[in-house]
Design a protein around this ligand. Structure first.
Ligand code: ATP
Ligand code: MG
Length: 426
């Protein structure tokens, strides 16, 4: 028996209603802010990710699914969406001439990581990317939009962490101070950090090793080396969040795992998912567009890990997916008439979820199926009903008398009978 690839999950019919509901809520919030969807391929040239995410990052060093296609080109399954979005934006001239874009995408991402709860090799993100807006007002909008989503999903308890990475120049100055400090404490560095010390020392601040925590906490702070403009930008952002009544924690060690960020970075974290506690992460990447060959354009965005978000809100989502009605058809004549009747019902009530029994069988076996389907009512069409132009209506979840309804008024009658899960509604 061939199994799915480790870390890549099937999403089964029992789960897809929850996914659809979650996705619909997210789309709803994005629409409230005027964001528009963009779709790009799941495979890109490897170079795109190397040049944007950075050579010395977890993703590029060890997580990418890279392969040679039949032409000998090096291609990679997208590990994230920002680089793809910027590539598409440049290629189709969406970003030049100071254009303002508010975009979003949703779909699978691929990283070769060690699979565990909240960490998969194929996982799903919804990402938001904006272009052409350089101010902290946009950063605040992104954060408020994510906060609205949590609210809409009934999710509380997420903590917002923010930080500023300043400009590349400011980080270069800070980098020297940090390396000097870490060199003084070389004996306390773990293997990963020793390696990072030469190549990407800021990433050491992000270390998930608890034994590194004290060392990192006492390290010089990037905030002390910020350029004036970045400092001002960050202070304004904090003011805007205060004015909106949004609580946040300034985390000076928040540096994010990708190279393209500058100035604002943020994460929404929870302690309810163990080590995989970051649900949403984002920030500003003002130099990326130019770095990938476009005209310089400020940019900022975030990405949400949908598996982690769903794990937090699943119980609150109440997707309506069970059929309202199950049509039981006994006998040849009923089979022919039943299909037509079902079409008429669907014409009259587009919101009606009606399953027609296929494949014949005894009344008893069909009725069992009706019950198992989760439907609220069984509609019964047998020889008698066909002859009389009626349908039997049996309530499967309520203790109510069976009814005989004339086929001509059945659609209308069902509307009344199914009030508890209104057809017109969800
Ligand atoms: P982590 O520190 O957990 O590895 P990251 O910094 O690599 O996260 P990003 O690249 O910022 O993650 O991706 C944004 C979000 O996507 C994460 O906050 C998380 O919710 C989700 N995510 C990232 N990698 C995975 C994965 N392998 N499986 C499931 N979700 C993931
Ligand atoms: Mg990661």
């Amino acid at each position: 028996m061939i199994q799915a690839v480790r870390g890549m999950n099937d999403i089964l019919p029992g789960d897809t209603p929850y996914w659809q509901r979650l996705e619909a809520e997210i789309r709803g919030v994005l629409a409230q802010y005027g964001y528009r969807e963009i779709r790009f391929p799941i495979v890109e040239k490897t170079e795109l990710f190397k040049r944007s995410i950075g050579e010395v990052t977890d993703i590029v060093e060890k997580e990418m699914y890279t392969f040679e296609d039949r032409n000998g080109d090096s291609l990679t399954l997208r590990p994230e969406g920002t680089a793809c979005c910027v590539r598409a934006g440049i290629q189709h001239s969406l970003l030049s001439n100071q254009q303002v874009q508010r975009l979003w995408y949703m779909g699978p991402m691929f990283r070769h990581e060690r699979p565990q709860k909240g960490r998969y090799r194929q996982f799903h993100q919804v990402g938001v990317e904006t272009f052409g807006m350089s101010g902290p007002d946009l950063d605040a909008e992104l954060i408020l939009m994510s906060a609205r989503l949590w609210q809409r999903l009934g999710l509380d308890g997420l903590v917002l962490q923010i930080n500023s990475l300043g400009t590349a120049e400011a980080r270069a100055v800070y980098r020297e101070k940090l390396v000097a400090y870490l060199n003084q404490h070389r004996e306390q560095l773990d293997a990963d950090s020793l390696r990072r010390l030469e190549s990407n020392p800021l990433r050491i601040l992000d270390s998930k090793n608890p034994q590194m925590r004290a060392l990192v906490a006492a390290a010089p702070k990037l905030s002390e080396y910020l350029d004036d403009e970045s400092r001002e930008h960050f202070a304004t952002l904090c003011g805007l969040l205060d004015a909106a009544g949004l609580r946040y924690t300034i985390n000076p060690c928040l540096v994010r795992g990708l190279d393209y960020y500058s100035r604002t970075v943020f994460e929404w974290v929870t302690d309810r998912l163990g080590a995989q506690g970051t649900v949403c992460a984002g920030g500003r990447f003002d130099v990326l567009v130019e770095q990938l060959g476009g005209k310089p354009a400020p940019a900022a965005g975030f990405a949400i890990g949908l598996e982690r978000l769903l794990a937090l809100v699943r119980d609150q989502l109440q997707p309506q997916y069970l059929p309202h009605a199950y049509l039981v058809l006994v006998g040849q004549a009923a089979q022919a008439q039943g299909l037509v009747l079902a079409e008429r019902l669907r014409d009259a009530q587009p919101g009606l979820r009606l399953v027609t029994h296929c494949g014949g069988g005894s009344f008893k076996s069909q009725f069992k199926r009706a019950d198992k389907s989760g439907a609220q009512v069984a509609l019964v069409l047998g020889e008698n009903e066909v002859a009389q132009g009626t349908v039997g209506l049996k309530y499967l979840r309520e203790n109510r008398e069976q009814e005989i309804v004339s086929q001509g008024v059945l659609a209308e009658h069902l509307m009344g009978a199914l009030t508890s899960s209104s057809i017109a509604g969800k």
